[in-house]
Every structure is written in structure tokens, then in C-alpha cells.
Design a protein around this ligand. Structure first.
Ligand SMILES: [Fe+2]
Length: 163
């Protein structure tokens, strides 16, 4: 679809993030099923619940724009999900699988952080200040999740180094 205005660009990005969050709910369920480290599991489980809330926040943003929520296939998300699944399959032991799951989840969070920072940055120029708290809440949850994953990493790496 041709894109001629910043508004259209914003809408397209919103539709791809909306698609991505829904995919990530499923991807996180698979991660939880495959993870063995209790902190990793509970961290991902907690964020899976937050992700469901984020989906509904995005639906509210669509509503504020007078639009029906519409998902658009996002190639970045598809790549992240495929590479996360590959990482789980390839790992020859639980400790390495946990490291791959933590790393895959961190990649997802950093993509989401960049996407939400982009949306938060564009919203004021489009006069969409009402959408800001919703987008900022999602952004904050992604930032906190990335931080939690990063602080869980050293312990998992220690275990993997000894496996
Ligand atoms: Fe996230």
C-alpha cells in the first residue's frame, strides 16, 4: 500500500505492532513450555499477561483514531519468532535452551522498545496525545521486561557454561 502521509505511516506501524503483539503471546507460551529456569519461566509468564493487556491498549489506540483494530503482517516479527523457535530446537541441553530463550525474548523486547519509541515519538506530531499514555505503558513494560531478562542472563550463562 502506498504511503503518502505521516498519519498513514503511523497507522501502518500500529497495525504491524498489533500483529506482532498477538504473535508474541503465542511465542511466549511456547517459550514458557520449553524453559526450565524458574526465574526465566515466571518472567516470561508475567510478560505474557502484560502482552495481552498491550494488545487491548493497541485496540484502544485504534479506537481513539476512529478505526477498527487491524493487524498487518510484520516481517520483523515473523523473523524474530522463526529465529526464536530455531534457537529452542537447536539447543542440545536445557541450560543452553534457557540461554537461547532468554536471548530470543530479549531480541523481541528490543524490537518492541524501538517500535514503541517510534510511535510515542510520532504521536504528538499527529495530535494524538490521547494515545500517548497507552503507548507509553506498553513501552515501559517492554523496557522493564528487557531489564529483567538482562539481569537473569548471567545466572543462566553460568549454568550453561557448566553444562
Ligand atoms: Fe514485550
Amino acid at each position: 500500500m502506498a504511503m503518502n502521509t505521516l498519519q498513514e505511516k503511523f497507522e501502518g506501524q500500529l497495525a504491524r505492532v498489533y500483529f506482532s503483539e498477538q504473535q508474541f503471546v503465542e511465542a511466549q507460551a511456547k517459550m514458557v513450555a520449553n524453559a526450565t529456569d524458574p526465574m526465566l519461566r515466571s518472567g516470561i509468564e508475567k510478560h505474557m499477561q502484560e502482552t495481552k493487556q498491550q494488545v487491548s491498549n493497541l485496540e484502544q489506540v485504534f479506537t481513539l483514531m476512529g478505526k477498527k483494530p487491524e493487524a498487518e503482517k510484520c516481517p520483523i516479527c515473523m523473523g524474530l519468532v522463526a529465529s526464536g523457535e530455531e534457537g529452542m530446537k537447536q539447543a542440545g541441553n536445557d541450560a543452553l535452551r534457557d540461554v537461547n530463550i532468554g536471548g530470543g525474548a530479549a531480541l523481541v523486547e528490543h524490537y518492541e522498545i524501538a517500535a514503541y519509541r517510534g510511535l510515542v515519538g510520532q504521536a504528538p506530531a499527529l495530535g494524538m496525545t490521547a494515545a500517548l499514555p497507552l503507548l507509553q505503558q506498553n513501552l515501559q513494560q517492554e523496557e522493564q521486561t528487557a531489564q529483567r531478562l538482562e539481569s537473569a542472563a548471567p545466572m543462566m550463562l553460568q549454568k550453561a557454561a557448566m553444562a
